[in-house]
Each structure stands twice: as C-alpha cells, then as structure tokens.
Design a protein around this ligand. Structure first.
Ligand code: NAI
Ligand code: MG
Length: 356
C-alpha cells in the first residue's frame, strides 16, 4: 500500500526518538513492500524559534493531508518564560484540536522481563494489561482561561456529545477485551463529572449491555492503580485526569520511555506519540529510550493504516529486543550494560528483518 506519514519531531528528545520510530517504519515498508513516504515539519519550541508560531499553518496542513502523524515531544526550559506570548504546548493542543483527535488510547502492559526491576512488587504487575482511553480535545485544557491581577481562572466544560463519543470508543474496546469498563470522574464535586457519569451510564446501558460499567472517583483510582493495577481492563476518563493517571501508570511499565499512544478522530489522520515529554534533562545525550516512540509507530500501522500483521511484527521485535536486554539507561541498573537510543533502534530494525 501507499501511505503518507507526517513526521513532527519537535523539541528535546523528540527528534532523537522519532528518528528511530521512522527508521522502523521504513524497515516495515521495505520488508512488506509498502510505499511509505515521509515529510517532516516543525512544531513546538523549534517552530516558535523559526516563525513565532508553535503550530505553523503549513505543519497543520501537512498533517491534514497525510494518512497519519508521527509526533515526538515539545517544550523545554528555553520556552518556559511565564510571560512569553506563546508556548510550545499550545502547538500540541492546537494540533490535537485541529485534527479532531478526541480519543487518546494508552495501553499499559508491563514487559515480563522488566517486572523485576519496576518500583512495584512483581506479583502486582505480572497480570497488568490495561488501556486508558483519555478524552483529548475537551475539558479544562481547552476551556476559557483568564488572568486578572491576583486571580486566575481555568474553566472545565464537557458536553453530552463529547462524553458519548469517547464512552462509545472505550466500551467498544472493552467489548473486544474482558468487557469491563471503569469510568473515572470526580462526580462528588464536579458538575462536568456528574454529566460525564450520567452519560456514560446511559450509553453503556443502551448500546453496550454486555459491558460491565463501574464508576470510580479519580482520587481512589489513583490509589487503586498502584494497589491493584491488575484489576483494570479499560479505563475511560476526561482529559486532565487521563493525563495524570497515565503518567502514574507509566510507573507500572517501568519507565516513561516505554508507553506509546494513539489519538484518533472519527475520520482523518491519527496522531501517534509517546506519552512522555521532551525530557530536557537528558536531551542531546543520545540515551533517551526510543521504545515509546517505536511502539507508537506500531499503533500507527495498526490504527491508521490497518496493517495488523506489520504492527504485530514491530511489537514482536520490540518484545524480543527488550528480552535480549537491548535497553537504554533508564531501564538498567548497571549503566555499563545500557545501549544508546540509536543502538536500540538498530537492534529493533535487525530483529524486524530477521523475524518477519
Ligand atoms: P518528561 O516526560 O519530559 O520527563 C519526565 C522524566 O522522565 C524525566 O526525568 C525524563 O528524563 C524521563 N523521560 C521521559 N521520557 C524519557 C525517555 N524516552 N527515555 C528516558 N527517560 C525519559 O516530563 P517533564 O520533565 O515534566 O517535562 C519536560 C518538558 O516536556 C516540559 O517542557 C513539558 O511541558 C514537556 N512535555 C511535553 C509533552 C508532549 O510533548 N506530549 C508531554 C509532557 C511534557
Ligand atoms: Mg502528561
């Protein structure tokens, strides 16, 4: 097949991990006889430096006319001045909105070979296999903001339609898995959460009677994620709660550098990015973990290009590489045994060629 992929490396470690993900996609193209074309564009801090806009129009246009978008990470101390007129994060938020990618899918399944060194007890992690579905284009990140003297305001808004569509995606996914859906909210305090809960209840009752829905308050969910992480199947939640809970869930997998994500709209190109940020503390050192970016590329193959066999091949190559100990420094106790970002990318590409 032919596919056009927009590549937005961004800032910090974004370019370092994205180039490895792109190489893996190129290798998949070669091995499976697909014609993938790649076009790069700037986003975030680097785009601000270049033209004063964290999401230049040509970047958004490129994404819109592509089949999928591979995204790195944005931001860093250079652009952190609170008085700056624009921030890199605005580029990512506008991109998500611009592409209408309201459904952010974040799978969390610890690799069996990494369980022993994770901060949680191995017996808690062995059976963890959960997916967080985070609403991505609504809520407090997109609400009206204002600041006047000593008072700042952020507003959180959700409509029934926004909740319905994300709950449908989560419930369909739950149906293909264990059939259990946990909706996370703060309905004891927030009006948006009460609307969320009632809507989730109705959608699942009317359209997914075979799915078992439960509601958990976000503070309790944060605790359960560490206490009994293997309990969860599919979690659906609003934008900010999903942001926070998935950083927490990355601890279950062993590193921020392992978790991929897919952001999908009803039609149009999907956006694929690691859940981590630009990691300025390690940027430029060549030691960033590329697995989250590479696994995001696997999700791109699966969700946007419908190439399941190819996606499976990438996931198998990643699993084998991890099993062999092809690990960056965030995942090894003995630094001397660690590999660089590029070496891990090399190994995944080699394994892809030999085991497909
Ligand atoms: P971060 O995710 O960049 O880093 C958190 C910690 O995890 C750091 O110690 C970092 O070294 C480590 N880490 C992250 N990714 C890693 C990888 N692939 N391999 C090895 N270690 C990794 O979050 P932080 O430090 O809060 O934010 C840094 C910058 O990134 C900020 O400017 C923030 O706004 C931005 N950011 C961007 C996001 C995005 O582009 N989607 C998401 C989150 C933050
Ligand atoms: Mg986050």
């Amino acid at each position: 097949m032919k596919a056009k992929i927009a590549v937005l490396p961004g800032d910090g470690i974004g370019p370092e991990v994205t180039v490895q993900a792109r190489r893996v996609l190129e290798m998949v193209g070669e091995n499976f006889d697909h014609e993938f074309s790649f076009e790069e564009a700037h986003v975030g801090g680097i785009a601000i430096d270049e033209c004063g806009d964290p999401l230049p129009e040509q970047t958004l246009n490129l994404c819109r006319e592509s089949d999928a978008v591979l995204f790195g990470a944005i931001g860093g101390p250079k652009w952190d001045d609170p008085n700056a007129p624009v921030r890199p994060e605005q580029g990512l938020l506008r991109l998500r909105r611009g592409l209408g990618v309201f459904a952010n899918i974040r799978p969390v399944k610890p690799h069996p070979d990494l369980i022993d060194q994770a901060p949680l007890k191995p017996e808690l992690l062995r059976d963890v296999d959960l997916i967080v579905i985070r609403e991505l284009t609504g809520g407090i990140y997109f609400g009206h903001k204002s600041r006047e003297n000593d008072v700042a305001v952020d507003t959180c808004t959700y409509s029934v339609g926004e909740v319905e569509r994300i709950v449908r995606i989560a419930a369909s996914l739950a149906r293909e898995r264990e059939g259990r859906l946990t909706s996370v909210d703060k309905a004891n305090v927030l009006e948006t959460s009460r609307l969320w809960r009632a809507t989730a209840e109705r959608v699942v009752h009317d359209e997914f009677p075979d799915v078992k829905l439960e509601h958990v308050l976000v503070d309790a969910a944060a605790m359960h994620l560490l206490q009994k992480p293997d309990y969860f199947d599919v979690i659906v939640t609003e934008n900010m709660f999903g942001d926070i809970l998935t950083d927490e869930a990355s601890v279950l997998a062993g590193s921020m550098g392992l978790l991929p994500s897919a952001s999908l709209s009803d039609d149009g190109p999907g956006l694929y990015e690691p859940i981590h940020g630009s990691a300025p503390d390690i940027a430029g050192l060549g030691i960033a973990n590329p697995y989250a970016a590479i696994s995001s590329a696997a999700m791109l193959l699966r969700h946007s290009l419908k190439l399941d066999e190819e996606a499976d091949a990438v996931e198998r190559a990643v699993a084998r590489a991890v099993h062999e100990g092809a690990l960056t420094v965030d995942l090894v106790r003995d630094e001397r045994k660690s590999m660089t970002t590029a070496e891990v990318g090399d190994r995944v590409c080699e394994l892809l060629s030999t085991c497909t």
